[in-house]
Design a protein around this ligand. Structure first.
Ligand code: HEM
Length: 467
């Protein structure tokens, strides 16, 4: 069994200045789940435990994860408790629904997230990143910014523009206020699963959640009505959701369904991406050799210009950097628990009906059974020759199976475009030596933000050539 405390965590980390903390601290104990994640869950492909609410099964092995999320997904629906909470937040948006209604919504949404559709959002993403770069250019050299806040603001602008084109700015304050008011969405523990107690706690929460996004309703209704009346509505996510049709039945969304999917995409689609970008800045600062290689590639391919969607396939190292960042620090370290509808067997372990199945990107992405030195940041793990024979789900930051993240391609394109735009022109250092604490509130963010110093890069090849 590997000695987990011997892992170098992130190369370059000094023992006297633990940054992202060491060994155990980064393991299950830092994640807030209804159940504590036992250490053994990291050392075995599957671990069945008993708790107050019955059987809880931790699954780390990618082939077994595939069984639960992909091959036998019909036997492992999302846990009712989590669906109810999400439904209170999002109404009939994809995340909180199940069964036939979910299938209908997913089929209808599918056209909106095809590669061709997602490609059309690239210019809005790149131009929002450029405008954001202007804000950083206006800062005094070495100014300290909270990168977590900054990336949140940028990805909110991007999703608002992708969704509503030029009207996006009008929706941003309402979404930001709702996110602030939402506060701790992860405050779930075993009490939430105990009959009787659970119902009382659930009702109080649902009451609060249901009102959170109401302030957005007027704005969405106004924009929807304007598009219905317009001869040439803008070609954005909102127009596409309104025009989307179920390939099987030909039916479209009702106005309420469009509203619910808009709110879902706003929520699911901005803080996740912001979290990914925040950790990428952290990793760039902590990993000077990898950061230099990334900037060399950006300089060679882009030479200082704004990237376009067509540039992305020509940035293979940036892609590996992002894949490795999403592996080692998955923005959503957990996914909804699944519950066994019928008894099953998994990896030789009998799964009783009603067992809670805990599948975590955090567990699988960092499993020492799958990855050599899992806590080491090494983008070249994702080189094709080093990926041969590795299970497709060895890293699964976007989940898997029919309920895999619908925004996966949009998110990866967005992260690459932000990274390629900003990392060409700026270098960020950590402004504090204090250890970075993790805060798990659906996403996994640095607690209290991530203060970093912003410095302009002066000598890109384009700048040198121009001298
Ligand atoms: C780095 C960014 C992102 C990460 C790490 C991420 C992660 C995930 C994961 C793990 C799931 C599966 C949850 C489960 O099985 O319980 C999921 C679902 C989902 N994601 Fe993302 N996501 C990201 C960005 C986005 C974006 C940009 C959008 C929309 C534009 C989005 C929309 C959704 C939706 C609607 C679902 C629910 C799908 C369904 O149940 O059918 N996500 N996401």
């Amino acid at each position: 069994m590997p000695d987990r405390d011997a892992y170098p965590v992130l190369p370059g980390a000094r023992a006297d200045k633990p940054t992202l903390s060491l060994g155990d601290r980064l393991r299950g104990r830092r994640l807030r789940m209804p159940w504590a994640i036992p250490d053994e869950a990291f050392e075995t492909p599957i671990l069945k435990t008993r708790s107050l609410i019955g059987d809880v099964v931790f699954v780390s092995d990618p082939a077994l994860v595939k069984h639960v999320l992909v091959d036998k997904s019909a036997n492992y629906p999302k846990a009712d408790m989590e669906l109810r909470l999400f439904r209170a937040l999002f109404g009939q948006g994809l995340i909180g629904i199940d069964g036939e209604l979910w299938r209908k919504h997913r089929r209808t949404m599918a056209t909106t997230f095809t590669p061709a559709s997602v490609a059309t959002y690239a210019p809005a993403m790149a131009s929002a990143s450029e405008r954001f770069a202007d804000q950083w250019r206006a800062l005094p050299e070495g100014a300290v910014v909270d990168v977590s806040d900054a990336m949140n603001a940028l990805t909110l602008t991007i999703i608002a523009r992708t969704m509503f084109s030029d009207d996006g700015a009008a929706a941003e304050p309402a979404v930001a206020a709702a996110m602030d008011a939402a506060g701790d969405l992860n405050d779930i523990n075993l009490l939430d699963l105990l009959p009787g107690v659970a119902e009382l706690r659930m009702k109080a929460r649902i009451k609060r959640y249901e009102t959170l996004f109401r302030p957005l309703d007027g704005e969405i209704a106004r924009m929807t009505a304007a598009r219905e009346a317009a001869a040439n509505p803008p070609d954005d996510l909102l127009s596409r959701l309104m025009a989307a049709r179920d390939a099987e039945t030909g039916a479209g969304f009702t106005a309420q369904e469009v509203r619910d999917e808009v709110v879902t995409i706003f929520l699911a689609g901005h803080e996740t991406t912001a979290t990914a970008m925040t950790w990428i800045w952290y990793l760039l600062a902590r990993q000077p050799a990898e950061a230099a290689r990334l900037r060399e590639e950006l300089d060679a391919v882009l030479g200082g210009r704004t990237p376009s969607g067509d540039d992305l396939p020509r940035l293979p190292y940036a892609r590996r950097f992002v894949d490795e960042a999403l592996r080692i620090l998955p923005p959503t370290p957990g996914i909804s628990s699944r519950v066994a509808a019928q008894a099953d067997e998994l990896g030789g372990v009998p799964i009783p009906k009603g067992a809670y199945m805990v599948v975590l990107p955090w567990l699988t992405n960092r499993s020492p059974l799958t990855w050599d030195q899992p806590e080491r940041f090494d983008p070249d793990r994702f080189l094709p020759e080093r990926s041969e024979g590795r299970h497709r789900l060895a890293s699964m930051p976007f989940g898997a199976g029919p309920r895999v993240c619908i925004g996966q391609l949009l998110a990866t394109n967005e992260i690459l475009l932000i990274l390629a735009t900003l990392a060409q022109h700026f270098e960020l250092d950590l402004a504090s030596d204090a250890p970075v604490e993790l805060l798990h509130n659906i996403t996994l963010r640095p607690k209290g933000g991530l203060p970093m110093r912003v410095r302009r890069r002066t000598r890109t090849p384009a700048a040198v050539a121009a001298e």
